[in-house]
Design a protein around this ligand. Structure first.
Ligand code: AMP
Length: 478
C-alpha cells in the first residue's frame, strides 16, 4: 500500500486519542505499565527501489514511536530494542522476560489481534523453563544474540529466586486456566481486537484470563487508519467504531445483506449514511488511493456528534463454494460456534479452524479443520459427537447450501478433520516465513494453497462426516 511520511502524523493522532478515551472508563492506568507484544518485520524493496514493510513496522520504526516523550499512560514493559528486533523468537523472548520481571506493575496486557496474544501465551507454555532459569540466574539465554537486545536486557536482568520459583510453580501446573491473572494479577483488561474474524478467540482468551474485559480500541488497516472505539468497555459483540473524518475521504457503497449482489453502486457520503444499514467502505487516501474498496462491510449503529459509528460486520468475501452455495466468513464462524456448543459438556473448545472446499471428490464437500483444546483428556468428545458437530455445522449454513445437500445432491457431507495441537501455530510460522507480519497475521479462514493443505493434512488426528442430511424445505418462490 502506498504511504507518505505525513500519514504517520495522522496515525499518531488516532493513537494519541486512545488513552484519553480509556481513562474515562478506567482511571489509574498511569500508575502502572502495559505489557504489549509488538513486533516488526524485516524490510524489502520494491523493484522501483521503494521501501516495503508492514504498516505497524513503519510505525514502530518511526521517530513517532521510538523517540516518543514520556507519557505515564503509555509506559510499556517491552523495551524498544526488543520490539524492534526482526527475529520473532528473540523479540518475543525478551518481551516476555521483561513482562515477567515487571509482573506486578502490569495493568493491561495486549497485542494487536487476539491471535497475537494467544501466541504469546503459547510461547510462555513452550519456554517458561528457560525464562525462569534466566530470572533465577540473572543471565540471558544464549539464543538471544541480538546485540541491542543483549545490552538493554543487561539493565533489566537481576537474579530473583522468588520470582523464578513463582513462575515455575504456576507454569508447571497442568491447568493453565486464568494463567494471565495468576501471573499478572493487577491486569485490568486485555487490549486486543476481537471483533470480526477475531471473535472466535474470545472463549480461549476468557479461559486464560478468567474473563477479563477485552478492549478493542481501534479499527485500522494498511491502507488507512479509520477510527476508534469511544466506548471501549462495551462487549465485543456490541463494539462500534467511530470513523474519524480527517483520516481519509470516506464513502460508502450500500450493501444489502439479504442480497449481496443487489446493492446499489451509488456511493453515499459519510454524512448521509443511515442507522441500521450496511455499507462497504470506500476510501480516498492522502497517499493516493482513489475510491479504493477496502473490502470491509460495516453497519451503522449510531452517531457521535455528527460522526457515524459502525459495527464491523465482516470482510466481504466468499469463503467456500461448491455449487451455487456461497458461505462467507461470518456464516462459517457462526456454524463453528453452533457446532462447538456440542463440545461444552466435554469441556472442549475449538481453538482454531480453517476450511477448504474439497472438489476432488464428486460431489465436492466442505472440509473444516479443527484444532481442539481438550481440557479433560479422560472425557474427550467421541467420534459420534464429532459427527454430530458436522451435522450441526450443516444445519447452521444457509438454505442454498442445505438445498444443495438435500435436494440437488450437489454437495457432499461436511467433513471435520481434527488436527494436532500446535498445527495452527505451524501454519502461522509458515506464513511468517513467507513474509507475513506477526502483528497483522490473521488465520486464513479458507485455504487452498497446496503446501498449506499438505501441512494441515499431515497433522490430521481423525476425520468425521455428517451421518445424515440437514433439514431443508423448499422455500416458496415468488
Ligand atoms: P491489515 O491491512 O493487514 O492491517 O488488515 C486490515 C483489515 O483488518 C481491515 O480491513 C479489517 O478487515 C481487519 N481489521 C482491522 N481492524 C479491525 C477491527 N478493529 N475489527 C475487525 N476487523 C479489523
Amino acid at each position: 500500500m502506498p504511504t507518505i511520511r505525513e500519514e504517520l502524523d495522522r496515525r499518531q493522532l488516532l493513537y494519541s486519542l486512545l488513552m484519553p478515551v480509556m481513562n474515562l472508563y478506567m482511571p489509574g492506568l498511569d500508575k502502572g505499565k502495559g505489557l504489549y507484544f509488538l513486533f516488526v518485520k524485516s524490510e524489502t524493496k520494491t523493484p522501483g527501489g521503494l521501501l516495503a514493510r508492514p504498516v505497524l513496522t513503519s510505525y514502530y520504526k518511526s521517530d513517532h514511536f521510538k523517540t516518543r516523550s514520556f507519557d505515564p499512560y503509555n509506559v510499556y514493559t517491552s523495551p524498544n530494542e526488543a520490539i524492534l528486533c526482526p527475529d520473532s523468537f528473540q523479540s518475543m523472548y525478551s518481551q516476555m522476560l521483561c513482562g515477567l520481571y515487571e509482573r506486578l506493575q502490569v495493568l493491561r496486557l495486549g497485542a494487536i489481534f487476539a491471535s497475537g496474544l494467544l501466541r504469546a501465551i503459547r510461547f510462555l507454555q513452550l519456554n517458561w523453563r528457560e525464562l525462569a532459569h534466566d530470572i533465577r540466574t540473572g543471565t540471558l539465554n544464549s539464543k538471544i544474540f541480538d546485540s541491542d537486545i543483549r545490552s538493554c536486557m543487561a539493565r533489566v536482568l537481576r537474579p530473583d529466586q522468588e520470582l523464578a520459583d513463582f513462575i515455575e510453580s504456576e507454569c508447571s501446573k497442568d491447568n493453565w486456566e486464568r494463567i494471565i491473572t495468576r501471573i499478572w494479577p493487577n491486569t485490568k483488561y486485555l487490549e486486543v481486537i476481537v471483533t470480526g474474524a477475531m471473535a472466535q478467540y474470545i472463549p480461549t482468551l476468557d479461559y486464560y484470563s478468567g474473563g477479563l474485559p477485552k478492549v478493542c480500541t481501534m479499527y485500522a488497516s494498511s491502507e488507512c487508519y479509520f477510527g476508534l472505539n469511544l466506548n471501549p468497555m462495551s462487549k465485543p459483540s456490541e463494539v462500534s467504531y467511530t470513523i474519524m473524518p480527517n483520516m481519509a475521504y470516506f464513502e460508502f457503497l450500500p450493501h444489502d445483506p439479504n442480497s449481496p449482489s443487489a446493492g446499489s453502486d451509488k456511493l453515499v457520503d459519510l454524512v448521509d449514511v443511515e442507522v441500521g444499514k450496511e455499507y462497504e467502505l470506500v476510501i480516498t487516501t492522502y497517499a493516493g488511493l482513489c475510491r479504493y474498496r477496502v473490502g470491509d462491510i460495516l453497519r451503522v449503529t449510531g452517531f457521535h456528534n455528527s460522526a457515524p459509528q459502525f459495527h464491523f460486520v465482516r470482510r466481504k468475501n466468499v469463503l467456500l463454494s461448491i455449487d451455487s452455495d456461497k458461505t462467507d466468513e461470518a456464516e462459517l464462524q457462526s456454524a463453528v460456534e453452533n457446532a462447538s456448543k456440542l463440545l461444552n459438556k466435554f469441556n472442549t473448545t475449538v481453538v482454531e479452524y480453517t476450511s477448504y472446499a474439497d472438489t476432488k471428490t464428486i460431489p465436492g464437500h466442505y472440509v473444516i479443520y479443527w484444532e481442539l483444546l481438550v481440557k479433560d483428556p479422560t472425557n474427550a468428545p467421541t467420534k459420534e459427537v464429532l459427527e454430530q458437530c458436522c451435522l450441526a455445522m450443516e444445519e447452521s449454513l444457509n438454505s442454498v447450501y442445505r438445498q444443495g445437500r438435500v435436494e440437488c445432491n450437489s454437495i457432499g457431507a461436511l467433513e471435520i478433520r481434527v488436527v494436532k495441537n500446535g498445527t495452527f501455530e505451524e501454519l502461522m510460522d509458515y506464513a511468517i516465513s513467507r513474509g507475513a507480519s506477526i502483528n497483522q497475521y490473521k488465520v486464513p479462514r479458507c485455504v487452498n494453497f497446496t503446501p498449506i493443505m499438505e501441512l494441515l493434512d499431515s497433522r490430521v488426528l481423525s476425520n468425521h462426516f455428517s451421518q445424515s442430511l440437514p433439514h431443508w424445505t423448499p422455500e416458496r418462490r415468488r
